[in-house]
Design a protein. Structure first.
Length: 368
């Protein structure tokens, strides 16, 4: 039975959209598969890892047959990638095998029944809806997601806190050593609610969203969140936990402020980082009137020193930081200048952007 006829890219693009969450080796073999479901001229692809589910739909797909089947997502993707861009793909389902044909190429893939595919149950009930543009939302999470923890035993840190509060949408990430905060205005007026998105969900959103003004429909349920954009729907479970009180972490009063060109500072930090200790990644920041020195050293007693002219009139300061935490924030900001606010060598520093009170980055000092 011929299920589908399609140009290579018309099938590869939606497959790439959903297959990012698929694990190659899973205790449940069917979770390594993607569900292909054809009805009329529409092809729906679904992938899940039980915590997240991504669905995308392609219209005007050729082929007279209808049906549903699951097949290894990575294998099908690798096959399609290896074929010429202009190739016309035919998918046939015969005797529990999916035959992929293109020109004189033939591939026979094992399948598993579509009825066994574990679709996530979409919870209904009290839901909150808001709509933002893809560009705005991608920027919101892009300026914070790098501060998420990766494998912290405090599981609620391995994600990103999304908060609706009135006419504002806030985003906070922290790994216990640094914290990134960003916010944006929304047209809805919603009661305050916190949600913790899993790390994998955030990374997928950052991968799938584009920098355009097309809408993202966000629907918040009791223990789920749903993002709809273009032909794609991403549903994710939320992390059940209490996120740290970020308002207590962000310093209210800071006595010393430095203003410097972001790209110049980023370049100097990158050069100094070459000679940091591989394990501790520490740099010394030495500030005096109008001058910033960045000093790095390692176990081989090698040393790097960078000196920059900056706008600074505060008290002399000598403080250490993890250079990776600093490079992360400078990599993900835009604009010419950054402001760096300090109290003393034992207190957290606050990095902000001039004329933008929506972004804040707090980083703890380290002893060097």
């Amino acid at each position: 039975m011929v299920i589908l006829k399609s140009q290579r890219d018309a099938l590869l693009a939606p497959l790439q959209s959903v297959s990012g969450i698929v694990e190659r080796r899973h205790t449940l073999p069917i979770l390594s598969n993607v569900l292909l479901e054809k009805q009329g001229g529409a092809l729906t692809l679904i992938a899940t890892d039980i915590e997240i589910q991504i669905t995308t739909t392609s219209e005007n797909v050729g082929g007279e047959g209808e049906g549903a089947v699951t097949v290894a997502a990575k294998k099908l993707q690798d096959i399609l990638r290896s074929l010429p861009e202009s190739a016309e793909i035919t998918l046939n389902l015969e005797d529990k095998r999916l035959l992929v044909k293109a020109g004189k190429s033939r591939f026979s893939l094992q399948t598993l029944p579509a009825d066994d595919f574990p679709r996530m149950v979409i919870t209904e009930g009290e839901e909150k809806n808001l709509t933002v543009t893809q560009k705005e939302f991608r920027t919101l999470i892009g300026k914070t997601q790098y501060a998420m923890a990766a494998q912290d035993v405090r599981y609620y840190l391995n994600g990103l806190m999304l908060m609706v509060d009135g006419q504002e949408l806030r985003c906070v990430a922290t790994d216990g050593h640094r914290l990134a905060y960003n916010s944006m205005a929304i047209e809805a007026d919603l009661p305050r609610q916190e949600m913790i998105l899993p790390r994998k969900t955030v990374l997928e959103l950052n991968r799938l969203l584009t920098d355009n003004d097309e809408p993202v429909q966000i629907t918040v349920g009791a223990n789920q969140i749903r993002f709809g954009f273009g032909h794609t729907v991403l549903v994710s479970k939320l992390i059940d936990g209490k996120f740290p009180d970020y308002e207590r972490v962000i310093p209210a009063q800071l006595e010393n402020r430095m203003t410097v060109n972001r790209q110049v500072l980023h370049s100097a930090m990158s050069r100094a980082a070459i000679l940091t200790n591989d394990k501790f990644r520490g740099v010394r920041i030495i500030l005096d009137a109008g001058v910033l020195k960045i000093i790095a050293a390692n176990a081989e007693q090698e040393e790097a020193e960078e000196e920059l002219e900056v706008q600074y009139t505060g008290a002399p300061l000598d403080v250490g930081f993890n250079v990776t935490y600093l490079l992360d924030v400078f990599n993900n900001l835009t604009g010419d200048d950054v402001e760096w606010n300090f109290n003393d060598a034992n207190s957290s520093a606050l990095i902000t952007v001039p004329d933008n009170d929506r972004f804040k980055y707090v980083v703890m000092p380290m002893r060097i």
